[in-house]
Design a protein around this ligand. Structure first.
Ligand SMILES: *[C@@H]1O[C@H](CO)[C@@H](O)[C@H](O)[C@H]1NC(C)=O
Ligand SMILES: *[C@@H]1O[C@H](CO)[C@@H](O)[C@H](O)[C@H]1NC(C)=O
Ligand SMILES: *[C@@H]1O[C@H](CO)[C@@H](O)[C@H](O)[C@H]1NC(C)=O
Ligand SMILES: *[C@@H]1O[C@H](CO)[C@@H](O)[C@H](O)[C@H]1NC(C)=O
Length: 519
């Protein structure tokens, strides 16, 4: 093996040797086509999906992923506004009150949402087969509200339009980030995990009976906390288990622990912040903190998801969360999550939020500072959407793909190998060094490929690249020469074709993703 610690001929090019196992070993994780899922801020949910007619932009953006993976989309509708929602059968769709926009929060969440039957029936506009998690108001501590909302949700999913399309209520969630109730005024400042668990059991007993969970396939997401103490005496999966949530009547319907996570909270952005977000080590340290919680959940036979996550809270940091570099963060974050036993990652999106994968409606004020836009912004995808597409292509439609992270001795390069029925199919490499505008020389890293294990060693591969001008660009990305920045969210442009050989290896410039597919 050659040593690549120095690259004397091309000072800008470093090199690294990557060993790729030919077959899936013990360290791979199963990965479903819907690893990339969405969490939708529920107040403006009908703008996402459509009220009277389908929002075809949103539909197409989801359907692109279905076409690549064959997997049914999974979405969660809820979040902060879930705890401010009430039901009124006399409202057709929804009535809501919004605070005024501010520079840091250009698209504030509604403070009051009164949903009617049409609010929940809107799910009929989702792609056929979509599995939904719906959040019910627990913040209001009002049993009648829980009862009415649950009944409205159940009625909507029982209607022929949803049932015939196979659009299912997979999960109910009761309350959003209850670990913050003691600071946001929804409960007293002394609110403890034991008080929470006993209240939750009371309310969830009503919810599970009203929804007849005993006679259906719908299950419950538990937790949904903003953070975790990892301790049995405070808010965490361990804390609710210690308070006997699982042996309660509604606890028997808990199937999944949902954890929320943001990498930090920044209402202003900078190039340094973008590089921090993209950095391999911080992506890993942001997720490995949950290892004890994942193990505790799996020990109870429960699935573990990131039910609400994205880059930086404050609806994203301007110029960072909406930038091309965030697409690399998104991809590395979701793929690394699989390695820890996280089965799905629900990226949180709200109308006009800075960290969205998709902006599904026309926007009339800037997502960055709330200023009125001279020209309204039509529906569009943001850079992070490309990460969902790349993951979908890498996972493919086999229905039995496994993914393993490659051990790469470089702080900027990460890599993942994808296997179908145990055989190597594709590898994704990410170079997370931020190439920012205003910088002139773009470095590149040479990857030398070797194989380990038994099996036929491939000699050549095809290459697709996520080409990005600068990490802080907010548009103009291409994947394999094609764009998703189109008026209908369908792919546009002509695919480029590039091939490579194992003996030569390949180069990956700073701020780029490369996927190689073995023939
Ligand atoms: C349906 O949604 C559109 C677009 O958001 C809105 O303009 C319209 O008022 C809504 N219709 C009803 C009946 O709420
Ligand atoms: C749920 O709570 C509502 C409101 O208090 C009550 O009317 C209803 O009977 C309860 N249902 C069940 C099954 O406990
Ligand atoms: C509880 O919810 C019901 C239904 O939304 C509402 O009519 C009632 O006023 C609420 N009670 C309180 C104390 O807010
Ligand atoms: C998460 O990532 C951010 C950078 O995006 C970093 O500042 C923060 O320290 C990381 N948190 C953990 C727990 O590693």
């Amino acid at each position: 093996m050659r040593a690549f610690l120095v690259a004397p001929i091309f000072p800008l090019v470093s090199a690294v040797s990557v060993s790729i196992p030919l077959s899936a070993g013990n360290s791979v994780s199963p990965v479903d086509g819907n690893l990339f899922s969405l969490s939708i801020e529920q107040d403006r949910w009908l703008e996402w999906v459509g009220n009277v007619t389908r929002n075809s932009f949103f539909f197409n953006a989801l359907d692109n992923l279905v076409a690549l993976t064959g997997a049914d989309p999974t979405i969660r509708i809820g979040a902060n506004s879930e705890d401010h929602t009430n039901f009124n059968p006399n409202v057709q769709f929804v009535q809501q009150l919004f605070p005024p926009p501010t520079t840091t929060v250009p698209y504030p969440e509604a403070t009051s949402i009164v949903a009617g039957p049409g609010f929940y029936q809107g799910a009929k506009f989702l792609p056929p087969g979509t599995g939904v998690t719906w959040g019910v108001n627990f913040g209001g501590k009002n049993l009648t509200a829980v009862f009415l909302e649950t009944k409205a949700i159940i009625d909507a999913f029982a209607s022929p339009m949803l049932a015939n399309a196979g659009i299912t209520l997979d999960f109910l969630e009761l309350g959003n980030e209850a670990d913050l109730y003691k600071t946001n005024g929804l409960r007293p400042s002394s609110y403890s995990v034991s008080q929470y668990t006993s209240e939750w059991i009371t309310f969830a007993t009503n919810m599970s009976r009203v929804a007849n969970l005993a006679g259906s396939d719908t299950r419950i997401w538990a937790g949904s906390f903003a953070g975790s103490s990892h301790s049995s005496t405070d808010f965490s999966p361990q804390g609710i288990f210690a308070n006997h949530i699982l042996s309660s009547e509604p606890g028997s319907f808990i199937d999944t622990i949902s954890q929320h996570h943001y990498s930090g909270s920044f209402c202003a952005g900078s190039g340094g912040l973008l590089q921090d977000l993209m950095t391999k080590a911080t992506i890993r340290s942001n997720l490995t903190i949950f290892t004890p919680d994942i193990e505790a959940s799996q020990d109870m036979g429960l699935d573990y998801v990131l039910g609400e996550t994205n880059s930086y809270s404050c609806q994203g940091a301007p110029g960072v969360s909406n930038a091309a570099g965030a697409a690399l963060w998104t991809l590395d974050y979701a793929l690394f999550a699989t390695q820890l036993g996280i089965s799905k990652v629900f990226f949180h999106d709200g109308i006009g939020f800075k960290y969205n994968l998709i902006q599904p409606v026309t926007l009339t004020r800037s997502t960055l500072d709330g200023s009125p836009l001279a020209t309204p912004l039509k529906p569009h995808v943001q850079p992070q959407y490309y990460a969902a597409i790349i993951a979908a292509e890498a996972i493919g439609d086999s229905g039995n793909t496994e993914v393993g992270e490659l051990s790469i001795n470089n702080p900027r390069i990460s890599g993942y190998a994808f296997y179908e029925t145990g055989s190597l199919k594709r590898v994704v490499f990410i170079n997370s060094l931020a190439f920012l505008s205003g910088t002139t020389s773009r470095t590149s890293t040479h990857l030398d490929l070797t194989f380990s294990g038994t099996g036929t060693k491939p000699t050549s591969f095809s290459i697709k690249r996520l080409v990005i001008g600068h990490a802080d660009d907010t548009s103009g990305l291409t994947w394999g020469g094609q764009t998703y920045e189109t008026s209908d969210a369908r792919v546009g442009g002509t695919a480029t074709s590039e091939t490579g050989t194992v003996s030569v290896g390949l180069d990956i410039p700073a701020t780029q993703v490369v996927m190689i597919t073995f023939n």
